[in-house]
Design a protein around this ligand. Sequence first.
Ligand SMILES: [Zn+2]
Length: 231
Amino acid sequence: MAGRIPEEVIEKIRIQNDILDVIGQYVHLKKTGRNYFGLCPFHSEKSPSFAVQPDKQLFRCYGCGESGNVISFIMKVEALEFPEAVRVLGERAGIELPREEVTHENREVQQKKEFMLEAHDKVTKLYRHILLQTEYGASARNYLLNRRMQIATIEEFDLGFSPDRWDYVTRFLEKRHYPLPLMVEGGFSAVKKVEEFLTNSAAASCFLFMIRKEEWSHSEPGRWVMNSRNI
Ligand SMILES: [Zn+2]
């Protein structure tokens, strides 16, 4: 994403990685006049048409037309995205990328993730509490205990019981100031799906098995995978 790495840091990295040194590690270069020539690493050729211009810190191939600076060279030759290429060159020059600025966006995602996991924990505990400690969960609790399920097993697998109220989770989260749009964005759309399921279910009371996904990333939101079974 543009702007993640501050421009001045990119510029510093570019300047401190001399294009001749960097390309020289990939291409055998020979000086001709002010420029250096070698066999192009981007197309097959027998006579050198790949030129490096140290004064401009640019390269250009007169055969295939590839051109650019030291960063675009590394991107092409190593098949890297821009931030990765900058990072590689940064390491090469001993320039540490400022973590906070680079990961500003990631930090927001991280905060959201923590918020989501916290909400998830609360809802998990809520359902378990309902199953184990309340009148609402009595029939479900008895159902499990009669089948010799141990309390420890219920706790270990975060087994819970959803009350017969489709908006229960929504209200629960709202009351605790979890903004629902954020919950949905972070993967809590599953809440809605489950609520829809409960709404449409003939018997709304369900067991819920919550499988927590530890890797809750922005691109691939964690989901609550819930199997339900009517009592
Ligand atoms: Zn070329």
